[in-house]
Each structure stands twice: as structure tokens, then as C-alpha cells.
Design a protein around this ligand. Sequence first.
Ligand code: ATP
Ligand code: MG
Length: 293
Amino acid sequence: MKIDKLIQSFIVPPSQRISLKQDYDPAYKADFLKKEDAQRILQEGIQQLAKYQDTLYAQNTYALLIILQAMDAAGKDSTIKHVMSGINPQGCQVFSFKVPSAEELDHDYLWRYSKALPERGRIGIFNRSYYEEVLVVRVHPEILERQQLPPEAKGKEVWNRRFEEINHFEKYLVSNGIIVLKFFLNVSKEEQKRRFLKRIDQPQKNWKFSFSDVKERGHWDDYMKAYEDVFNHTSTEWAPWYIIPADYKWFTRLAVATVISRQLQSLNLTYPTVNAEHMQELLKAKDALENEK
Ligand code: ATP
Ligand code: MG
């Protein structure tokens, strides 16, 4: 199917070098998709997702960790809202990671993320993640200073070492049934500006805007460099990165929903079957209920 091929093209091939600027167009939207069709396909995808999630929950063996990384206003929040709209809230959890607290800084850098991992049977979403530890922390090295690290843990090699640690961490998760799906919502600098201006001009969007967003925008090129390095070091066979075009929100949602749904489909999940003894009990219970006085 065309859409499956399309999804494949968003994957950062493990152990190949990519250029974010040259290889990934933020304004891409497939020619064969019309916005109206996309709405319908998204709705179907959401229904599929709900079905798969039900079996994931019933089986209680695998968990799905969805990581969302992006620049401000790329659409993380609205992607979560739309893509997860059909899902049973009991089987889903969202964690948004902000500037770490004093308690969090007193621990190793993966601590707060480990604590938030989804239980088996659940879908867990990280709205920002441990990747901030090699993104915002890299763009603002003074943050690293606040992490109270021993000298040997903050030398020049700190970023490569963290990439390696993250790869090992994810390998460990995947080997233990926690599937890791990583999305970068790739918005262009121009589109970010349009969305910021909208947040300023429309009163009901004002709350979404803070002046620090504009300050971070000033570091755009540094962020892009840091992201590119992340993709070139942490897209692995066991947890590849998907770079999703994000200038058109309808396309972003459709792409993310499809990747998640295909991933769950590939697990071939089925409802647990009961053994003969349990079946006898069910029949006995049925009999009792039907003959109740
Ligand atoms: P939105 O702006 O859409 O509400 P957001 O994810 O940008 O969502 P904010 O409250 O604006 O949420 O900001 C979170 C901030 O926390 C970001 O600027 C991010 O860079 C910062 N942050 C996240 N993780 C870390 C970290 N490990 N160390 C330092 N800063 C971090
Ligand atoms: Mg923000």
C-alpha cells in the first residue's frame, strides 16, 4: 500500500548519516492524499488503534512507549489529542517533561523518565523525553552544570556517551517487551512563526504562548544541529526515529496514527484464551446465572 511505503520513507535508516535539511521536507504532504480523504483515513486509523489497544491491554505482555520530540508549536499536543481520541483512557498515559525539579536533578538523568515508563498492556506517551538531555541541555550547556555530575561524566565526550547510554537503555526496554516508537515532528521555522503569531493574535490561544518560546527560536540552528546528531546516533534497528513532516497538521496526525497502528498490528496481538478448567468454570457460572431463582 502506498501509505506503508510512505511511512517507511520517514524512518531514519540506522547507521546511515542523514541531513535534516536536505533529506526531510517539513512541508511534505503526499500528492495521492487529499485533506478530505485524510480525515476519513485518520478516523479509520483511530478505530483500528482502539481495537489493537484493547488486545494489548488484555494480553498484558507488551507496552508501547511513544516519544514525541519537536520544536515549540510543532503540534505535539494536538497530535496526542487527535491520535489518541478513540483510546480507552485506562490503557493510556501521557507524561509531559518540563524543566527538571531539584529532586529530579539529584538523580541520574534517566531517573525521572524510567519512573514514568508504561506498564505492560499500556500505551505511554512522553511529551518530550530523555532526548531533551542531549537537545536542550546541549544547546544550553549551563543546564549540564546544574546536573551535579562528577567531572568524568561531563567532559567533551558527554554527548556521544549519552547517545550510547540511551541506545542501551532502549535496547533493554525493547528486549523486555516495551516497544519504543520515536517521532520528531518536523516543523519549519517559517511555519513556527505563523503559529506563534496566531497564538498572539487569537485571545483563546494566548495562554499557549510564552516569551521564552521566541528566545528558544533564536537558537533554531543549534537545535537543528543537535537534532540531526541525535538522529544520526540513536536511530537503531530496535528503536528507529520517524521524522514526520509537520507544516500541515492533518498530515502529521495521519502519519503518526498510521505508524502507531501498523506497529501494534505487527505484534499480531490476540485475546488471551482460557484453559479447559477455566472454561468449565465459565459454563458452571452460566448455568448458575441462568437458573437463578
Ligand atoms: P507547550 O509549549 O506546547 O505547552 P512544552 O513541551 O514546550 O509544551 P513548556 O512548559 O513550554 O512545555 O516547556 C518545557 C520546557 O522544559 C522546554 O523549554 C524544554 O526544553 C524544557 N525541558 C524539558 N526537559 C528538560 C531537561 N531535561 N532539562 C532542561 N530543560 C528541559
Ligand atoms: Mg513550550
